[in-house]
Design a protein around this ligand. Structure first.
Ligand code: AHR
Length: 500
């Protein structure tokens, strides 16, 4: 059966915030060390940043880059990470049972962002696990105050005369999780987040603040946590965070393929909770969503991996190697974010290099693109503009976790120049899915390109030995005739159909 939907310029979801294509660099495993930073690597510049990685990061099209964690931030002492590199202390990183050398720190992070280019923006987390209001203020003063105070002058002395201008800040990380160093109840966290937010706004009323929401929709405290935290912080913060990771559990591939069903319901439930608190407070303000960790992550094996560690430096951790099937699910998660662009105004792919990442590196060796690299780079390139309302009429299949799920998952974005890009996933493992889209008043006349990521072997991957095994290919036969687009979506495929 054919899957169908209608696009109409009058029915829009909202404008895509460029921050939807953010990413995340945590001091975890080899994300920083031998990932983005490797002095002595043949491509390293004077600051130790790998140029081969930087080139791929630019191609990926990331915008906001969240830093320095993650669970790592809950033990982070920012002052360890600044000043002459040789004087920086080595510390225990409790989150990942590793040794943190602090060789890469705040100044290097800002230098990295500048080298990505003008689209890259800092998104800095403060430690509300082992620390509190005072240390957050000190970090903000060091980073952002122009000059003439002890900490801003210290920054200049360290070689960074110009302030870093960090506007977007996370108030801690996953404080609802019992695994978090300094884990808190919603009441405890709500109070400290509110006090930190109030104080940070005393330095600069224009900072944008993200309060911690739930670590996943499956947390026992989900929704009650958000309601309690927002009751304390509603007028003081701009965003609430969401985190979600997906993997096939107990071999349940059909549910895994429909992971975006969970992601969309998570988003809608958080929106409902935010608006409920807003209504209770009789507020006109809307809280937006920062989906600041999302990805496919084969998490089941991580706990054993971490607990076996004996405080090494930059161990190989969370180095998932993604298949074509993973990339199709990943693309569907991107579609879910775009479909909610009216309220999801920040999103960070966790993470950027080596750690559950679209880019992999070998120490002293090459860097390459994982399968998930392609949906992200295409969405970042062509998913800019206004998201159009898409309600699919699709054949369905049965899943254990989510009941009946659509085989088609889709969204469409109209750019400023009137061109339209349809992003679509076919979740069927065996069948090609015929697609018809009525394009009515959009004024587009031709198919520029239909690109698909699919493979006869859905388990195909890019590896060090075969780094270019998987890449998107062009699809023939996609047609636009009399305002009707017709296409065939290969089994288990991510599709980008560009129209103008
Ligand atoms: O991204 C990996 C980890 O996942 C982060 O450190 C943490 O915030 C989440 O649980």
């Amino acid at each position: 059966r054919t899957a169908r939907f209608t696009l109409d310029p009058a029915f829009t979801v909202g404008a895509v915030n460029p921050r939807l294509f953010g990413s995340f660099v945590e001091h975890l495993g080899r994300c920083v060390y031998t990932g983005i930073f490797e002095p002595g690597h043949p491509t390293a510049d004077a600051e130790g940043l790998r140029q081969d990685v930087l080139e791929l990061v630019r191609e990926l099209g990331v915008t906001a880059v969240r830093y320095p964690g993650g669970n790592f931030v809950s033990g982070y002492k920012w002052e360890d990470s600044v000043g002459p590199a040789e004087d920086r202390p080595r510390r225990l990183d409790l989150a990942w049972r590793s040794t943190e050398t602090n060789r890469f720190g705040l100044s290097e992070y800002i230098a990295f962002l500048k080298k990505i280019g003008p689209r890259a923006e800092p998104m800095m987390a403060v430690n509300l696990g082992t620390r509190g209001v005072a240390e957050a203020l000190e970090l903000q003063e060091y980073a952002n105050h122009p000059a003439g105070t002890a900490l801003s002058d210290l920054r200049a002395e360290h070689g960074d005369k110009d302030p870093f201008g960090i506007r977007l800040w996370c108030l801690g990380n996953e404080m609802d999780g019992p695994w978090q160093t300094g884990h808190k109840t919603a009441e405890e966290y709500g109070r400290v987040a509110a006090e930190t937010a109030r104080a940070m706004r005393q330095i600069d009323p224009d900072v944008e603040l993200v309060a911690c929401g739930s670590s996943s929709q499956a947390m026992d405290t989900f929704a009650a946590w958000e309601a309690t935290v927002l009751q304390e912080t509603y007028d003081l913060v701009d965003h609430i965070s969401l985190h979600a990771y997906y993997e096939p559990l107990d071999g349940d591939v059909d549910s895994f393929l429909a992971s975006a069903v969970d992601m969309e319901s998570f988003i809608e439930n958080v929106v409902a909770t935010c608006d409920h608190v807003g209504a209770r407070l009789k507020s006109k303000k809307k809280i937006n969503l920062s989906f600041d960790e999302w990805n496919v992550w084969y998490m089941a094996k991580t706990h054993a991996e971490v607990s076996a560690l004996d405080w090494p430096e930059a161990p190989r951790l969370l180095e998932d190697n993604y298949s074509v099937m993973d990339a199709v699910v990943f693309g569907s998660l991107l579609i879910a974010l775009l479909r909610h662009a009216d309220r999801v105004t920040v999103a960070c792919l966790a993470q950027l290099v080596n750690v559950i990442a679209p880019i992999m590196t070998e120490p002293g060796g090459p860097a390459w693109r994982q399968t998930t690299f392609f949906p992200f780079s295409q969405a970042s390139k062509y998913g800019r503009g206004e998201v159009l309302e898409v309600r699919v009429d699709s054949p369905t299949y049965e899943t254990a976790k989510y009941g009946e799920a659509d085989l088609l998952h889709a969204t469409a974005v109209r750019a400023e120049d009137g061109s339209v890009t349809v992003f679509a996933v076919n979740r069927s493992r065996t069948e090609t899915l015929p697609l018809e889209v009525a394009l009515g008043g959009l004024g587009v006349r031709e198919v520029v390109e239909h690109s698909a990521l699919a493979d006869a072997d859905p388990d195909a991957r890019n590896t060090l030995a075969e780094p270019e095994r998987v890449a998107p290919h062009a699809v023939d036969g996609t047609a636009l005739d009399g305002g009707r687009l017709t296409a065939a979506l290969e089994p288990l495929s991510w599709n980008v159909i560009r129209l103008r």
